[in-house]
Design a protein around this ligand. Sequence first.
Ligand SMILES: [Zn+2]
Length: 315
Amino acid sequence: MADHSDGSSAASNSPPPALADPGVITEEDVRSLFDGEGGWGAGYWPYMMGTMGTEDDEMFVQLGSLDRPAVLENMLAAGRWVDVSGYLQRALEFHRDEAQAAVAYPEGDNVPAPTDMPRAHPELFVLPRRMHALELLGSDNLEEAQHYFNLDIFGPTRAANRTLYLDNLITELQNMIFNEGPAAQPLDLPGERRRTAQHIQDYLRVNFPTLDRGPEAAASMATSKRQLYTTWRFGEHIDDYNYRCLVCHQTIPFNTAPDHRMVEHLHADCPAMTPGVRRRLPRPNRPPRPAQPPPPPAAADDDDADPEQQEADDD
Ligand SMILES: [Zn+2]
């Protein structure tokens, strides 16, 4: 795996702080439960879980540990959207410090707990659930899709803050499920699955920066870092002139100065920008006012003024 350490990211390469709270079950606790003396034995896992994957992978899933990137990748590739929802919910507890630091709307009187997923991480809440609703729609379970949308997507998020991007995502889904139905708009399920998986990974990359990444993501991040000096945590280099914003997932062409343009996009145009992400952005570019005439000498009263001139003015 590529090493991204430098001055600015040294802290984020260290593992998240150990869970000191004695009430929280750690991976070690569970391992000892199964492997330790008098434990049930690791072989018990598959029977207990009754799901695919190795027993070890399932332990990560049940704990909510995202420390083995392949586990989530495999679940996304298998389209286990409901399982992914549960896994990500548990991950907010397991990676609580990260989840806390990444709360989407961290200001105001009613700041949500990091594990209050619909309000603290609304996009992460919606993405896998939306995909499950689309799967229901795609398999002609219209009624079930409507029921699921009302109870599991619309209900929990209706009082939550939403970005324009998330608002569109939910409204479009609602239209598909209630107004148009699957016949009116052909569903590109393979494309939706691929994008949903990618967007979930994007979210984790932006909001959980200290997590370990799979080799593919790590390589892509290393390439992006060479093009997007200050914004590589928020963007991805695709090819010569194309970049992807990891916050809103759009592909954006930048002919010149990609880092500069990405800064502009993030500050001014990104439809998925939340106050939580905004706090971590690099500074905005200087306002483009290069054509200003220099002030007349009499008004030159700042530190940049010529010392001689300043002396003359003082007299
Ligand atoms: Zn964006």
